[in-house]
Each structure stands twice: as C-alpha cells, then as structure tokens.
Write a protein of this length. Sequence first.
Length: 547
Amino acid sequence: MKKTLTLLLIFICVHMAYAQSTLTETDKLAATTKIWGFLKYYHPQVAAGKYDWDEELFRILPKVKTASTQEELSQVYLDWLDNLGKVKACKKCDQITNKEYFEENFNLAWIENNDTFTDELSERLKYIELNRHQGKKYYVSKIKGICNIEVLNEKNYEDCDWNDENLRLITLFRYWNIVEYFYPYKYQTDTDWDDVLTNMIPKFLNPPSEHDYNLAMLELVVSLDDSHAWYYNEKTESIFGEYWIPAHFKLIDEKAVITDYYNDSLSKAADIRIGDVITKVNDQEVEAIFNQKEKYISGSNIPRKKHNAFSAIFNGSSDSVKIEYIRNNQTDTKTIKRYLLADLAIEKKEPEIFEILEDNIGYINMGEIGNKDVEETMEALKDTKAIIFDIRNYPKGTLYSFAKYISSSSNVFFNVTAADLDYPGKFIWRTGRKTLPSDGLKYKGKVILLANEQAQSHAEFTIMCLQTGDKVTTIGSQTSGADGNVSYLTIPNGYKTGITGIGIFYPDNTETQRKGVKIDIEVNPTIQGIIEGKDEVLERAIEFINN
C-alpha cells in the first residue's frame, strides 16, 4: 500500500512539474507580443529602423510555436537578440534629468517573469532597457507643438487577407504595443492591459470567420475605455446592421426614448413620436441589448457608451423591426420600417448662434458660433444678467476668445502628460498654457456652462478653459471623458482607428479622462421631461440664475 501511495505521489509531482514548465500557445504568443514590442521601441538598432520588424516577427513565430518549455522559448529569444547585434552602453540613459515623470502606465515587470523567461533572458532584456535607444525613432514621433504621438513607417497591408494568421497576429501585436507604451490612460482601463492581451490572442489566432475577426478587432479597440478609440468601416457596419430607424433616441432608465427625428416625414409615416418610450426591440428588452453589445461600443464611461449606442439598439439587416413602446401610459407593439442611411435623407436644422431668453438671459450655442462672431455676440449680450454657454455639442475653437470676456486674469486651466520617447511607457508632466491675457473683467454677469455626454475632447477642453472665469457655474451631467488630442493609427488592411494621445488634467492634477469635467450642479434629463418637450438642463440653469 505504501509503495503504491509513493508511486502515486511521484506521478503527481512529475505531472505538476511538467504542467508548470509547459507553456500554452497563448503564453508563448503573449510573451512574443511583449518582447517584439519592447525591442521595437527600446533596442537601438530596431528602434532606429535597421530591421524590417514585421518580417522579423514572421520569421520568429514558427520557432516560438515549436518551443514548449520556458528554456526552449527563452533560447529562441536569446538567439534572436544575438542576431540583432551587440547593444552598446548608453551614457545618456542613466543621467539625472529634470523630467517630472508620470509613471502610472509604466510596466516592464514582465521582463523578470520567472514563469516564462530564464534568468539569462531577463538580464539581457534588462540591459537593453538600461541602454535603450535615444533620439529619433523610426516607428514613432511626436507631432510638433501638440506632443501627441504619430505612428510612422508601418506597413498597411491594404490588400491583406483576413485568413492570413501572420497578419492577424501582427495587427494585435502592433496595436497592443502602441497602447502599452504610448496611450496616456492605459492605467485606467477596466480590464488590465495584460489581461486584454491574453483574452484577445485566441480570438485573433483562430477566428471562425471574417465577421468574428472584425468583432475581435472592435472588441480590442473598445477595451481601451476611450471615447476617442473607434473602429468603424463597412465590415463593422454589418455587425450591427445597415438599416436604421428614422429617429434619434436617448437611453434613460434602461429604455430608449425618442428625442428627435433624422427625417420628419419618414418618422411620421411610421407613427414615431417624440417621447415614445421603447422597452423592447424584436422581443428583446432594450437594457439586455445594450448589455449584450456594450463590449462593441466605444466610450470612456457609460453615459458616452449609451450615446454611442446609436446603431446598436435598433439597427439590423432587414428593412423593418418590431418594437414594444409606451405612449400615454399605454403599452403597445408594432412593426416600423428601417432605412439605409443613404435613403434617410437626413434633414439638418439651422439653430441660432445666440439669442436673448426671457428675464434678460443670454444664450450661446457653442457648437455653431465661430471666432469671427464672438465680439459681435458679446456686445449684443453685454447687458444681460447672465449668459448660458451651451456646450452639449462640439465647439469651434472659441474658448480663448470667450475666456478673456469672463475672466479678470489670465489662468492656467490644465496640466498635460506626454510620452517620453526616450523611455517608452513613461510620461512627462507639463504645465498647460494660460488663457489669453485679460485687461479686466469685461462681462459682469453670471456665466453658466451646460454640459452632458455629448461634450467630448475639444468640448471638454473648452469647458475647462471657461471654468477659470470669475462667476462660472457648470450645470448638467457627466461628459464623455476623452480629453486630449487624438493620435491616429492605421492597422493592417488600411483601416484607421485612434486613441487619446496626451493626458489632460486640471491644474490640481484631477483626472478628466473617463470622469469628465467637474460639474457643479448635476441634472439629468428624465423620460417625463422629454415627453413634455422640456430641456431640463437649460431650465435648471435659468432657475439657478433667477434664484
């Protein structure tokens, strides 16, 4: 009995040791992703563009696949390093600088992962980090005066076949590493970026169809939790469907409420009315549809994701859809017609640039007014008791022109983090610019800023600027949470996508990414308010001014 038990224990121990030393395909590809990207931006010869780095990956992948243990895999990488040539000592790399680093994104701890790499390999990689490439990079640069990155010299593979495993993998490897080293908000993603990699490798390695491959690419981009991260093309359109209902809607309380029309006549023909509350689409609850498709909807936060769900709830591949809706407290169902975008004949309305509301309150539509109109507008509104700046839109670069009217002094309104290309993964703090010099407070009334999830990027930057005014109150709800210039990326197949390229913070270093701008008085539209045709945020602003 004892002999049998001993043999059993020996078998278990040997089996466990074998299981621990044997690497899975995902383990090996995740390690290769990281080493390939690290060498691309750190190794002096590779970062300088001395190698065709895509071809180097294609050459090394078969060797990676045949390796089965830590030792075998590490030897593949060590041989690779030997072929790249000797790395000279870098005297500049350890010099003390006056750079103030933001290091929340920096993570090279994987280099010393003893479960995957041998000590020898870890030491070689650490040496490259300490003697990394300095100066002009071949694959990345900074846009002058803006400081967000620009990706360079990448092959587009515009005629690539999705069936090509190498091109699928290089799409994942390239995108993952750009985010790993140059995305300023990597530390904020809901799913750890390392976990995103291990989750996505099987989906890129073995997609059952082209449809699944594009779903994987879209899911990867959405994993950034960044409203600037988009991936839209004719392939992704088919994911949600190319047929649309002729009306706008807003997701409130797990329901879709009709708020406006793309086309009045088509909406009336379908008997779609503003205030209709849609509870089900094709017998599926609206909330369930959103939850099911959320991983394919870009957005820094849930309010922006709900705003970006414009094609996810009602779109489909047929020209009709069944809905369950509530109108006048009565629940009913019907089938309505859907249209191709080209057939919707979207009707554009021309809103006023500014107006004077009741009680001598000025109103400015920041999505319509340009710099040439600022002086005339402020002259017309100079005697009002308050001005409401509606920034539930995308402004036209008027922030500095308006700031000098509502501020008695010039103010710094943001700090910024920008990638350090000499130490990829690290970001440098910089103080943002000031508002324009002011010769005293020109407008003496109250200033109200209206904000919601439609305020994104330049709109959020505009709000931050105007919030430095003397008598400013911000009213509304959480904004998009994507503030900072966009860096554009081209992925293999020629399609483009983007990421937020620099980090934007308030002067006290309060984050704006994902959180949005600071709101003084929170107001969210309600279903009843929409039914009654109210703009509840605007009404709350007027109430605040008058009281």
